[in-house]
Design a protein around this ligand. Structure first.
Ligand code: SF4
Length: 304
């Protein structure tokens, strides 16, 4: 920055660090999803995923190194919790991705961000908020609220704070229609009882055309029966929401299997028949373990 005074440059250099994470590993799926393993200055590793959608990209961001919530279907949960990322470290994932796309002449095609990668964002809310402020600011990356989604398994205090700031749209990792089943497959998240979570969501301040996104991973033989679908309809009856159904992606050491095609279609049909908006999400990046629940930052031995 030779256009600022030398004394200011010295002061800036003494106070601030400009250090992007380095791309440790880049993997590209046959469906063109790209997964980056990023390494920060202290050696911490996280994954971020670029998901292609027609002529644009959505980036899935990580907020923690590992995660303490211990959801039983999730590879990140298996890692345990190592540390929180800072707001700058989270925002830098976007800079790295934009730079990478820019090298292919696609820098302006990164249009949507989802806080849905490694970590529970609301367990690191102060830093996630800082990253969102950077991402929103017209002096920063200039993403609008409508283009950012924060996915959480439901942390009471974090949800209340998040609702106050309105920096992004909420998505809830629900994955079970009853407290009992949720406790079994999401023991950390189930510390907030399901009825309290629903009450918080029903009072969430939304703009007229906005809705809460409900994420539901279908685990073969566990939460994918017609009875579960009917329980889900009942649970969500009062909530302004849309449901994303995702068929589980098997991962090493995860004790679940994919649902059958028939079970997925029957589940979806019950939701539609009851007048719910429901989208069957196509899993992307499965062959490079970049799909939902598969992120697990791990360097191979050739890495440094
Ligand atoms: S699903 Fe989300 S909250 Fe649950 S263990 Fe995985 S990263 Fe953590």
């Amino acid at each position: 920055m030779t256009n600022v005074a030398k004394s200011l440059r010295e002061r800036l250099a003494a106070t601030w660090v400009i250090a992007w994470p380095r791309i440790h590993t880049l993997q590209e799926s046959t469906d063109t999803t790209v997964k980056l393993l990023l390494q920060y200055a202290d050696g911490a590793l996280v994954e971020t995923v670029l998901i292609p959608e027609k002529d644009r990209f959505t980036q899935c961001l990580s907020t923690q190194v590992g995660c303490a919530m211990g959801c039983t279907f999730c590879s990140t949960g298996k890692m345990g919790f190592l540390r929180n990322l800072t707001g700058g470290e989270i925002a830098m994932q976007v800079l790295v991705a934009r730079d990478l796309l820019g090298q292919q002449g696609k820098g302006d095609r990164l249009t949507n961000l989802v806080f849905m990668g490694m970590g529970e964002p609301l367990m690191n809310w102060p830093e996630v908020k800082r990253s969102m402020e950077i991402l929103h600011s017209e002096h920063g990356l200039n993403f609008s609220r409508r283009k950012i989604t924060l996915s959480t398994c439901g942390i009471k205090k974090g949800l209340q704070e998040f609702a106050k700031h309105g920096l992004a749209l909420p998505a809830i990792s629900l994955h079970a229609p009853t407290q009992e089943l949720r406790k079994q497959i999401m023991p950390g998240a189930a510390r907030l009882p399901l009825d309290e979570l629903m009450a918080l969501l029903e009072s969430y301040p939304l703009q007229p055309r906005e809705r809460v996104t409900i994420e539901y991973i279908l685990l073969g033989g566990v939460n994918d029966t017609p009875q579960h679908a009917r329980q889900l309809v009942k649970l969500l009856a009062r909530l302004k929401c849309k449901v994303n159904l995702i068929a589980f992606n098997p991962g090493p050491g995860i004790p679940y299997k994919s649902p059958t095609r028939e079970a997925v279609l029957a589940f979806e049909q019950i939701l539609w028949d009851k007048g719910m908006t429901c989208i069957l999400r196509k899993s992307k990046g499965q062959d490079i373990a970049a799909a939902c629940g598969q992120l697990r930052a791990k360097a191979d031995r050739s890495g440094s």
